[in-house]
Design a protein around this ligand. Structure first.
Ligand code: GLA
Length: 380
């Protein structure tokens, strides 16, 4: 991909790139909406990525080009949020704006080209991938280097402050700290990043029902606000600071909706810890049971699922080759992740897709995924 990226770059801009980077998408293994509540989360970087190549620009502008989107040029003296078909460039533009806040020199003007084998809109976090790949490529242009953690925080800040999505650190953290055949564990309050081996013989799958996925359209922010309301009522800075007993003791004083959200988040935090313990002792059936329990909690307490995702989870959970299945990511659309044994193959995945089609008349996409390495600078 690096040589294809360099060729495309030269074709678009008429000169070769000076730096290039790759950043992967992610799956959320378990820990639904625990990240911005200060809890732990388990995810993985996947073997699908975004690549970014950059060079100083001779025309004094910030020039963005991408395989699948219209080109965009921005005056560095008047950077403003983009809308319509140009809005894809808010992610790299937001990263450029954050560089000085993290002690990194901003290139005065640049050309940036982006390529990807990570389908957008599937809930695999192509936004975090474009942010991290851009951050690495632009920092390298000015010869600057920083820790992996700094790049992860910078990418999240770009999304929170410029794109306007109040996400936690799951997506950028997994893209930054991925490791082949490993999960990424994030203790989000610190944050602290580590890797946990995936047991041999298991497989990861994504199923996407092609139903609505729009994190920025208000649902995500609404859930975020309900969690904050619950934390304030419990008198804790984050829901992760409250134990299940504390929550139940105060349950009478919480309005119904924040109480449901808090029950999900606090229960989910416990499930993440139980999954870590189950993985450590090699207990796959307990791991899978907890994954499906996570989905049920999202479905009934956090209420961020949709019927298409529930149907895929129902079909998958009933299959003997499937250990567990759950919605992965923000919700209100996106994808279902399944952890399976090696007995679950493309043929079984197709059968699930057919069964889903019978009910919703839409064929879901499905994709076997591998846990893979995190973001990296690439030699040119
Ligand atoms: C999205 C956000 C993450 C996280 C998940 C839900 O992917 O970007 O920060 O909150 O939703 O767990």
């Amino acid at each position: 991909m690096t040589s294809r990226l360099a060729t495309q770059f030269a074709k678009v801009f008429g000169h070769p790139p000076v730096s290039a980077a790759r950043a992967p998408g992610r799956i959320e293994f378990i820990g639904n909406h625990t990240d911005y509540n200060g809890g732990p989360v388990l995810g993985a970087a996947i073997n699908r990525s975004v690549w970014a190549a950059a060079a100083p620009s001779p025309n004094g502008l910030l020039n963005f080009s991408s395989e699948g989107h219209p080109p965009v040029s921005v005056d560095p003296n008047a950077p403003a949020k983009l809308s319509g078909p140009a809005s894809w460039a808010n992610y790299p533009l937001g990263v450029w704006l954050q560089l000085p806040k993290f002690g990194l020199r901003q290139p005065a003007a640049f050309d940036l080209h982006v390529a990807s084998d990570l389908p957008p809109g599937l809930g695999l976090s192509s936004s975090a991938a474009i942010e991290l790949a851009t951050a690495l490529a632009l920092a390298a242009l000015s010869g600057a280097s920083a820790s992996r953690e700094t790049f992860v925080k910078l990418a999240r800040a770009a999304e929170n402050e410029f794109v306007g999505m109040p996400c936690g650190i799951l997506d950028q953290g997994c893209s930054g700290f991925g490791k082949k055949d490993h999960l990424v564990h994030i203790d989000c309050r610190l944050p602290a990043f580590s890797n946990i081996p995936l047991p041999a013989g298991v497989r990861l799958w994504m199923f996407n029902p092609h139903a609505k996925h729009a994190l920025t359209d208000g649902f995500y922010a609404a859930r975020h606000a309900e969690c904050q309301q619950a934390a304030a009522a419990l008198n804790v800075p984050f829901l992760a600071n409250a134990s299940p007993d504390q929550l139940e003791a105060a349950a009478y004083s919480l309005p119904e909706i924040p109480l449901k959200r808090a029950r999900h988040v606090i229960g989910e935090i416990a499930r993440v810890r139980q999954v870590c313990d189950a993985l450590a002792r090699g207990d796959l059936s307990e791991t899978g049971r907890l994954l499906t329990a996570s989905h049920r909690s999202s479905q009934h307490l956090f209420e961020n699922s949709i019927p298409e995702l529930d149907n895929l989870v129902d079909l998958l959970a009933a299959h003997p080759g499937v250990l567990g299945a759950r919605l992965s990511g923000g919700g209100f659309g996106g994808s279902v992740m399944a952890l399976t044994t090696a007995a679950f193959t493309l043929k079984q995945a197709e059968q699930i897709a057919f069964a889903h089609h019978q009910k919703f008349h839409v064929f879901p996409d499905f994709l076997p995924l591998q846990a893979d390495a995190g973001a990296e600078l690439l030699p040119l």
